[in-house]
Design a protein. Structure first.
Length: 161
């Protein structure tokens, strides 16, 4: 990996960490946070997302979204299990992209099929492909642990060679 690749990888990791941590700062410790308002306005996939707005399911998924943002952000910030966090981040970006869709527009008429959620998903994919956590992150340290060296899944999650 060149110095330029390392620089972009570290910058992308920190930028995405900030994105998730900032979202979490509005959600995780706010007892009134709920996904219901966001999902009730969906258009293209309304019947899919309406399921998650029911009183029995909404609190569970609100908790998962808020804490998911926090855990993904912290993981990216310290560079531990970066590939796993980035994969979950890509999944969330796909869900948010679909939730904002009023086909063929995303969120508003200025975004034809593509919006920032797709860009974020590609940045997260870069972090997976370039083993983002080994660049000044704890994945480099974790990859040297015997439990990680002896487990193929953990080697992939940490980006250990």
């Amino acid at each position: 990996m060149t110095k330029c690749d390392k620089g972009f990888t570290l910058a992308f990791r920190f930028l995405m960490a900030w994105t998730f941590l900032y979202a979490a700062s509005h959600q995780t410790f706010d007892p009134s946070f709920t996904i219901v308002g966001f999902l009730k306005t969906t258009k293209t996939f309304h019947s899919l997302f309406a399921i998650f707005t029911t009183p029995a399911i909404a609190p569970v998924f609100s908790f998962l979204v808020a804490w998911g943002h926090l855990l993904i952000g912290l993981s990216l910030l310290v560079g531990l299990f970066t590939r796993l966090s980035a994969a979950f981040g890509i999944m969330l970006m796909g869900v948010y992209w679909m939730a904002h869709m009023d086909f063929p527009f995303i969120e508003n008429r200025n975004n034809f099929l593509i919006d920032f959620h797709i860009v974020y998903a590609f940045v997260l994919a870069w972090l997976i492909a370039h083993r983002g956590g080994i660049v000044l992150g704890l994945d480099s340290w974790a990859g040297k642990l015997p439990i990680v060296r002896n487990n193929a899944l953990l080697r992939w999650v940490t980006g250990a060679a």
